[in-house]
Write a protein that binds this ligand. Structure first.
Ligand SMILES: Cc1cc2nc3c(=O)[nH]c(=O)nc-3n(C[C@H](O)[C@H](O)[C@H](O)COP(=O)(O)O)c2cc1C
Length: 188
């Protein structure tokens, strides 16, 4: 029987949870990206979907995690085996969307390792959110593989093309970094 100091008690099949912990603790990433975002009027969401198009182009799996629909714990479950974390938030009151601040605060405490990513978001005049997202990512040592992308109000056709390119850039970086991880595992 396994009785952790919090969480459910495993009275049968303890091997199952030991095996799961072993996998989770190694934080082994797969060919997967997460687009974690929040939006008021869908401008940032339009950017998110264009970034997803770029990932599709590179053959990288992804999940869209709209924070109005996904709880922070569900986001963390997805983070476990994701290689890229792409954060998007519009600017509100000189900051990021509060659900995004919540997720980042929670994520920081759980110390994900070996991730890559980038930040994006729509704004109206001052546009602080992308810089704040980038700062949080740096604090978590997430390697920034593309510069943050800000778009003023609703994205234009050209803005969406930039988002697609950002998605492609991240997709390429996912594949390269998984390849070099495989090569170093073979050498070890
Ligand atoms: C309550 C509120 C506060 C806002 N505060 C800011 C702000 O401080 N700086 C800024 O650049 N834009 C601000 N905006 C503008 C939004 O960032 C902008 O409309 C953006 O396009 C919204 O993107 P979204 O549809 O993805 O939420 C604010 C909008 C609202 C509704």
């Amino acid at each position: 029987m396994i009785a952790p100091d919090h969480g459910p008690i495993w009275r049968s099949h303890p091997g199952k949870i030991i095996e799961a912990y072993d996998t989770w603790s190694r934080q082994k990433a797969t060919n997967k990206a997460l687009i974690i975002y929040d939006t008021m009027w869908q401008s940032t969401e339009k950017m998110a979907y264009a970034i997803a198009d770029g990932l599709i182009h590179e053959g990288v799996d992804f999940k869209m995690l709209n924070l109005k629909l996904n709880h922070r714990s569900d986001v963390m479950t997805e983070v476990l085996d994701a290689k890229a974390l792409i954060f998007g938030s519009s600017t509100i009151n000189n900051g990021m969307m509060p659900p995004m601040a919540d997720v980042l605060c929670y994520m920081k405490g759980l110390k994900p390792t070996g991730k890559i990513g980038a930040a994006f978001g729509s704004y109206g005049w001052s546009g602080e959110a992308v810089k704040l997202l980038t700062d949080s990512m740096e604090e978590m040592k997430i390697q920034l593989v593309e510069p943050g992308l800000r778009v003023k109000y609703a994205p234009t056709h050209d803005d969406l093309a930039k988002c697609i390119r950002l998605g492609q850039g991240i997709g390429k970086a996912v594949k390269e970094s998984l390849k070099s991880e495989r090569e170093s595992a073979t050498l070890a």
